[in-house]
Design a binder for this molecule. Sequence first.
Ligand code: ATP
Ligand code: MG
Length: 351
Amino acid sequence: MSYRIATIPGDGIGPEVVDATLPLFQTAANTHGVDVEFVGYDWGSQRYLEEGAMMPDDGLDHLADKDSILLGAVGHPEVPDHVTLHGLLLPIRKGFNQQVCKRPAILFDGVESPLRGYEGGDIEFTVFRENTEGEYSDIGGREHVGFDHEVAVQSAMFTRAGTEAILRAAFEAAREREGHLTSITKSNAQAFSMVFWDEVVAEVAADYPDVEVESLLVDAASMDFIRRPEEFDVVVASNLFGDILTDIGAIVTGSMGLAPSGNINVDGDYPSMFEPVHGSAPDIVGQGVANPLATVLSGAMLFEDLGEEAVSEALWAAVRDLLADGDAPRTPDLGGDASTVDVVAALETRL
Ligand code: ATP
Ligand code: MG
């Protein structure tokens, strides 16, 4: 098979980790008889500062005919976060109907968790976060009411189609893993949206009698991600709750530099997009020490999504093997003193 993959290295350490890992993806693909062509787009905050837009007006047209998208990071100290989000990430996620955000949280052998008493292999769950609506629907406004009342309203929209899409994706994953599913809710305080969410969970669950379902309030879940992370398997949450929980998931597994993610178009009518969970990391940019493993694993998720299991497995295996080897190079976030390219070279050998 042969694929064309759009790459958007983006800002900060984004170009460092993407440029370093593309040759690795070539090797992994070629070894398994898969052809890939990477088509790069230098969109991001630099473009915004020079030309006033993160990407061109017809940006999505450039990406639409690609088989998948790999993104590095966006974010810049001189560009407000809402600009980077609304100028690039959200148009792609919403325009390409990437309803499902999938974020595995895995504590690898050889990696230290900030949680006492946990070691490699103890934690392995995946969060499915609704990615295009919910609390981030951009509905609301600000008003001065009367003489001295100022009001801001931010509404959350949960459509049946969107809610079902994220729940079905999560239930499918739970079935495939022969695991259980935790639905995150807040129906005690949000009587419209979350009671609706719970109802749709019950409906979809009827199609998956083999999947055990647990329902957890988001506040309790935040606590339990720290207290008993080993008990989670597949977790499904709304846009806002998933956003928060995935950061906790990323950090209990050792480093932001290890956490991959996918923004998935379930229907297959547009490309999906894969990206490390971390941002542009302005504090370490230009030092050549960014951990490339989150990007490598994002690539592994990308190939899995394309149906290229062997390529995906090879990348996962290389990362697991590297982390389990106490003598292998690792970047400073994992307690080592190796550079980005040292780590990629060690992976290349393993492939
Ligand atoms: P942004 O505004 O782009 O989201 P941020 O300031 O939120 O950036 P992150 O990029 O999310 O920062 O990083 C949070 C912390 O984790 C920083 O201290 C950063 O150096 C560290 N970090 C993030 N990614 C990596 C990585 N790939 N390798 C090493 N450290 C990382
Ligand atoms: Mg950030």
